[in-house]
Design a binder for this molecule. Structure first.
Ligand SMILES: *Cc1c(COP(=O)(O)O)cnc(C)c1O
Length: 317
């Protein structure tokens, strides 16, 4: 299991790559919602999502233990792929990002910006994962998983340390769940330091593999997932993240697509900040949760990478 020392060490490790992001507060939101809602703004993070924390920690730890890296590879084309490309660029090591043949122009641009090589492969995540493994073996590159690795989880956990420093009297934190790396790192840290703070997850209704698995008591793989929250579409929890969520997370709230887009509007209207749909799931979860009443809450806005055309369509409902 993950130890909080690993999270503390990660915080030190990554400070040249990841920013210490601000907490946003809106008195108007507190008045209208009836609870003190604060946002931890990882949409302002390097490459505009928290993924830089886990990616940089994982790559730096590997560099330390292997004395040099030939290159890094990952099958994720979203925020994790961008973060891996950025860290490789800063360290001047080659990176290959495996993307679907159907990848949108914006994602191709965001990764190419940092000099990473893109390899297009099939349309399913299984095809890409296989190809990424093959590259790792053939080229001797190090593969960086998006969530199921303790050095990645420890990196994401550094957000928990910052939240407790920035809001020492916080009563509950809300965190979006995809594969579960983000919430398991944060929950491990917070529950070890301040167990009275509630750690609550947020998942889209049609992409709720963690809620289903927790209810069943074992990892359940869904046949399909569907949501505007494109960072939360994993079919199943990770084998390392699931036990941590089971042990440390108090509750998981599921939210509808309409609740996600309404939460995006709330972020823009009250906090003057732009989240991507995945990043607003924690805000949607806090707004509907029974845990919120009269409480001091931090919702994690996990990322802000959204195409402006999509933003227009999602918020004009
Ligand atoms: C990856 C991602 C998540 C989910 O993180 P997991 O570690 O997979 O649970 C949430 N929000 C954004 C913006 C992401 O990129």
């Amino acid at each position: 299991m993950l130890k909080i020392e690993q999270v503390k060490e990660a915080h030190d490790n990554i400070k040249c790559y990841a920013k210490y992001t601000p907490i946003l507060y809106s008195e108007a939101a507190a008045k209208d919602f009836g609870f003190k809602l604060m946002l931890k703004a990882e949409n302002f993070q390097t490459t505009n999502s928290f993924k830089i924390r886990g990616a940089s920690n994982c790559i730096l730890k590997e560099l330390e233990s292997s004395k040099g890296l030939k290159g890094v590879v990952t099958a994720s084309s979203g925020n994790h792929g961008q973060a891996v490309a950025y860290v490789a660029y800063r360290l001047r090591i080659p990176a290959i990002i495996v993307m679907p043949e159907t990848a949108p122009e914006a994602k191709i641009k965001a990764v190419s910006r940092w000099g990473a090589k893109i390899e297009f492969c099939g349309t399913t995540s299984q095809q890409r994962l296989n190809r990424s493994k093959q590259i790792a073996e053939q080229e001797g590159y190090f593969e960086i998983p998006p969530y199921d690795h303790y050095n990645v989880i420890a990196g994401q956990g550094t957000i928990g340390k910052e939240i407790l420093e920035q809001v020492p009297d916080v009563e509950a934190v809300f965190i979006p769940i995809g594969g579960g790396g983000l919430i398991s790192g944060i929950a491990t840290y917070i529950k070890n330091i301040k167990p009275q703070v509630k750690v609550i997850g947020g998942e889209p209704e049609e992409s709720n593999s963690m809620s289903v698995s927790i209810r069943k008591g074992e990892i359940v793989r869904l046949d399909k997932t569907d949501s505007i929250a494109d960072g939360l579409l994993s079919l199943e929890p990770g084998s390392m993240t699931f036990p941590l969520v089971k042990k440390f997370v108090d509750d998981i709230e599921t939210v509808s697509e309409l609740e996600i887009s309404s939460a995006m509007i709330a972020c823009i209207e009250y906090f003057k900040t732009v989240p991507e749909p995945s990043g607003a799931v924690s805000v949607a979860a806090a707004i509907k949760s029974d845990w919120r009443k009269g409480k001091k809450i931090v919702s994690l806005v996990s990322g802000g990478n959204i195409d402006m055309n999509r933003l227009y369509h999602l918020t004009c409902v």
